[in-house]
Structures are given as structure tokens and as C-alpha cells.
Design a protein around this ligand. Structure first.
Ligand code: IMP
Ligand code: MG
Length: 171
């Protein structure tokens, strides 16, 4: 079993989620908000964020996957599971675990924009700016991290480690 080093501990993570929720509540005061969880990596983040919001909150999920593990840079993304409900006219916040090259989000945001939400914003817990290939406009960001492969709090390595309550990296 690989050894995991802690990059962002549970307490730091949770206070950041609380901070992001405060910013969102300020910006969306009195409004109903639709959170879109990008499966599977954003599950934990979406849940923790949602339960801190005092707004009326809808939650829907979408799943995307890139064609081929190592060819993400082609920017070819496939929707594996689309939203269940319409988001037309709604204030939508896409909740993402990590922005790496940006290809997945570039595709997903365009896909979601076609569904005519009233507003479409992005909340990402982590970002690896060094790896960016496509510019992504992030409205709410948790942490910028170095170019390491991270796991935990929803993020996996071969489907493992999602349930770690902190963000770690593989040595
Ligand atoms: P992008 O299209 O290159 O931005 O890739 C984004 C997706 O790749 C994320 O939503 C994650 O699911 C996955 N990913 C990118 N970096 C990591 C990492 O360090 N650990 C785990 N998953 C990652
Ligand atoms: Mg993801």
C-alpha cells in the first residue's frame, strides 16, 4: 500500500468549505441555488458545501469522462450521465473537486450553458494552475496546489482513497 502524506488536513479543509459557503450565501442572498455535483470526485465537497448553505438548494449530478486516460489534452470529453432536471432559468453553481488541465470543465460548462441557466458559476475546491491547458474562469476557489497527484475527500487513485477526510498525496 502506498503511503499518503497530508497536504490539506481535515480542519483546514472544513474551514475553507465554510468560508466558500459564506461567500456564496452573500452573493446569492435570498436566492434559490442549484448545485451541480460533478461525479464522482465532487460528492463529498458538494454535500459539505450544500449543508452549510441556508439558501433553498437543489442538487443535481453530472458525470463526464475523458476519452482515454492519457489523452485528456485532446479535450475530448464524454457525458456519461447527464442532469436529471432542467436548469433553465436557474442560478447554477457547478461544484468541482479539482481543476487540472481544465479540459473537462471547459467542455462541461459549454454543455451546461446550452441548457440556458439564468446564471452559471463555478466553485472548485482545488486547482493545479501549473497544469492548465484551457483557461477556466473560477468564481469560488478553495486552494491552489502544486502539481502533485492528490487523493481523498472525494478524489481517487484507481477508485481508492475517496473516503479520506483530508487531501493527501501519494509518495
Ligand atoms: P482536467 O480535465 O484535466 O481538468 O481533469 C479534471 C479531472 O481529473 C478532475 O475532475 C479529477 O477527477 C481528475 N484529476 C485531476 N487531477 C487529479 C488529482 O490530482 N487527483 C485525482 N484526480 C484528479
Ligand atoms: Mg472530477
Amino acid at each position: 500500500m502506498e503511503s499518503i502524506k497530508v497536504l490539506i488536513d481535515e480542519e483546514t479543509l472544513q474551514s475553507k468549505v465554510a468560508e466558500l459557503a459564506e461567500q456564496i450565501m452573500k452573493d446569492y442572498a435570498g436566492k434559490e441555488v442549484t448545485l451541480i455535483c460533478i461525479l464522482k470526485g465532487s460528492m463529498f465537497f458538494t454535500v459539505d458545501l450544500a449543508r452549510r448553505l441556508k439558501n433553498v438548494v437543489n442538487i443535481d449530478c453530472i458525470m463526464a469522462s475523458s476519452y482515454g486516460e492519457n489523452t485528456i489534452s485532446s479535450g475530448e470529453v464524454e457525458i456519461k450521465l447527464d442532469l436529471k432536471n432542467s436548469i433553465e432559468g436557474q442560478d447554477v453553481i457547478v461544484v468541482e473537486d479539482i481543476i487540472d488541465t481544465g479540459n473537462t470543465l471547459a467542455y462541461l460548462l459549454e454543455h451546461l450553458q446550452k441548457k440556458n441557466p439564468k446564471t452559471l458559476k463555478l466553485c472548485a475546491l482545488l486547482s493545479k494552475p501549473e497544469r492548465r491547458e484551457v483557461e477556466i474562469d473560477v468564481n469560488y476557489i478553495g486552494f491552489e496546489i502544486p502539481n502533485k497527484f492528490v487523493v481523498g475527500y472525494g478524489l481517487d487513485f484507481n477508485e481508492e482513497y475517496r473516503n479520506l477526510p483530508y487531501i493527501g498525496y501519494l509518495e
